[in-house]
Design a protein around this ligand. Structure first.
Ligand SMILES: NC(=O)c1ccc[n+]([C@@H]2O[C@H](COP(=O)([O-])OP(=O)(O)OC[C@H]3O[C@@H](n4cnc5c(N)ncnc54)[C@H](OP(=O)(O)O)[C@@H]3O)[C@@H](O)[C@H]2O)c1
Length: 166
């Protein structure tokens, strides 16, 4: 199974200036729980947006996609296409492969994914990176649970799952 995992604002913004805009530790915890033990596939820019001391993300095989022939990411696997990343990932026998962004990678891989874990934040943000619209002809919402809003997680948000139906 190929899964995308993403957090979006109401206006589908996912980032700005190669960083995440919001601070939502409950979603970071969800991301960690879902992806730990699995392969994660990331675009080069998203990978570089992770603070150096936290990358590669631990207890996960990190695959970084870049067109640069000489790109290196110590501790991670670098590949030159999304197809190559998926080929390498499926060869490991992992039962759920996670595509973790960013915008370019989501856009190019949405048609290859079986599932989308979408944390929907009910606020709008100004940004320069967006997640594509999930059309109801192709994607069915199969799960929705309310995120807890508190001192640390100041937004209203839901955890949603969409599964591909066509
Ligand atoms: N809210 C969320 O859940 C979430 C999750 C992830 C990321 N983000 C945000 O998304 C933004 C980053 O997204 P982005 O679109 O700018 O960058 P990106 O998708 O992370 O990375 C783009 C880079 O990936 C490589 N690439 C893309 N398509 C490729 C292909 N077909 N073959 C080979 N390499 C390919 C290229 O690297 P080279 O230039 O090295 O060739 C390209 O410059 C940031 O703001 C980040 O915070 C948000």
């Amino acid at each position: 199974m190929i899964s995308i995992i993403v957090a979006t604002a109401e206006n589908n913004v996912i980032g700005k200036d190669n960083t995440l805009i919001w601070h939502l530790p409950a979603d970071m915890k969800f991301f960690k729980e879902k992806t730990t033990g699995h392969i994660i596939i990331t675009g080069r820019k998203n990978y570089e947006s992770i603070p150096e001391k936290f990358r590669p993300l631990p207890n996960r095989t990190n695959i970084v996609v870049s067109r640069q022939t000489n790109y290196t990411a110590p501790g991670a696997i670098v590949v030159s296409s999304i197809e190559d990343a998926l080929k390498k990932a499926s060869a490991t026998g992992d039962d759920e492969i996670f595509i973790i962004g960013g915008a370019e990678i989501y856009k190019q891989s949405l048609h290859l994914a079986d599932r989308v874990y979408l944390t929907k934040i009910y606020s709008t943000f100004e940004g320069d990176a967006f997640f594509p619209e999930l059309t109801t002809e192709i994607w069915k919402e199969t799960h929705r649970s309310k995120g807890i809003t508190d001192e640390m997680n100041k937004y209203e948000y839901d955890f949603l799952i969409f599964d591909k139906i066509a």
